[in-house]
Design a protein around this ligand. Structure first.
Ligand SMILES: Nc1ncnc2c1ncn2[C@@H]1O[C@H](COP(=O)(O)OP(=O)(O)OP(=O)(O)O)[C@@H](O)[C@H]1O
Ligand SMILES: [Mg+2]
Length: 335
């Protein structure tokens, strides 16, 4: 199906937004899941929503993709230029959704699943076959295409699920944990496919439990916690807001460790692994002065490693999931 973008804004000085939502709310009974969530995703970019289990990521995806309605008091939503409350059909025509749980019908073959999607998108028989064959090939499912999907491995089902989402050539794609359960090779293949889609102008709204995935793919990342966006920015911006950068010195000999520890009184010690942690931003300038200082103090470590904060640190710091990410804490102990 071809999707025409409804009414292009008259003078789009800023990048057009594929998705905007203000003050999204949703409660189940007296449990507030979303408590005023604002989002905006420019066209042709990858936006990643992170958050601990139960934070409401799938709820956001379901609201934006018209599967459920937003709660009372929510602000406006626009997806692909349309308001889901006014014209849900137009929103549905513009989007593809791969849910967290598979939409694959196990009783029929992979190919039949694809052709069913082609029917739903009103593709002609010929076009449906062409698109199905192309996507089965792209997702490495040609060999399995004629077998019942119930016999597919988890990763194959996941690939088929995403291939089915792409049948209608949607301009906006919601992927709710698309790579959960995939092996590293399949995950990398999926990343390649997502990048390809985005370079063709598609907008991707991605939820993931793999912070590395958000780091790899997302132009912007938002962390959802306690019903609100706890922080939003590029991966680099988010990493800058948490402490955690440090240089770690490890010693083989307890005596050397002890004398270094007493010379460097301000640092965090780990007596068990004979290592010391010195807060540092990891810049060349700081490292040089640190090395000079160690030299002048006559300290020679057996191993020196530089740790910069990663998205795991950001995640733990922002979602308060009970796992500390203090910069005096050895990261190995954090995980
Ligand atoms: N239909 C429902 N009825 C009652 N509670 C619900 C319903 N759907 C979701 N919830 C609750 O809303 C909260 C958010 O759920 P949601 O599935 O959006 O979380 P999530 O961030 O996607 O989690 P996960 O990482 O585990 O997929 C959870 O506490 C969940 O139990
Ligand atoms: Mg979910």
């Amino acid at each position: 199906m071809t999707v025409t973008r409804a009414s292009a804004p008259p003078a789009a000085q800023e990048a057009a937004q594929a998705i905007t939502a203000t003050g999204l709310r949703k409660s189940y009974g007296d449990k507030t899941v979303l408590d005023g969530v604002d989002l905006s995703v420019p066209e042709g970019t990858v936006f990643s929503l992170l958050g601990p289990n139960g934070a409401g990521k799938t709820t956001v995806v379901k609201i934006l993709s018209t599967l459920i309605s937003p709660g009372a008091g929510s602000g406006g939503i626009r997806v692909g230029g349309h308001d889901p409350a006014v014209d849900p059909q137009a929103v549905r025509a513009a989007i593809g959704v791969t849910g967290q749980f598979s939409a694959v019908d196990g009783l029929i073959t992979g190919e039949e699943n694809m052709l069913l999607m082609a029917d739903l998108h009103h593709l002609s028989r010929r076009e449906g076959r062409r698109v199905a064959a192309e996507l089965l090939e792209r997702f490495d499912l040609v060999e399995a295409a004629r077998k019942p999907a119930a016999g597919y491995s988890g990763g194959m089902k996941r690939r088929l699920d995403i291939a089915m989402t792409l049948v209608g050539s949607p301009r906006i794609i919601f992927l709710d944990e698309p790579t959960t359960g995939l092996d590293p090779r399949s995950r990398h293949t999926m990343w390649g496919i997502i990048r390809e889609l985005v370079s063709g102008g598609v907008t991707v709204f991605l939820t993931t439990q793999y912070l590395e995935e958000a780091d790899e793919l997302a132009d912007r990342i938002a962390v959802l916690n306690n019903g609100r966006i706890a922080a939003e920015g590029t991966a680099e911006e988010l990493k800058r807001i948490v402490p955690g950068g440090h240089v770690k010195l490890r010693f083989n000999v307890p005596d050397a460790y002890r004398s270094a520890a007493s010379a460097l009184r301000e640092v965090a010690r780990d007596d068990e692994s004979l290592s010391l942690q010195i807060p540092s931003d990891g810049s060349q300038r700081e490292l040089r002065s640190l090395l000079d200082w160690l030299d002048s103090a006559g300290i020679e470590a057996d191993e020196l490693t530089v740790h910069t904060p990663d998205l795991d640190d950001v995640f733990f710091a922002l979602t308060g999931s009970g796992v500390p990410a203090r910069d005096n804490q050895p990261k190995e102990a954090v995980r």
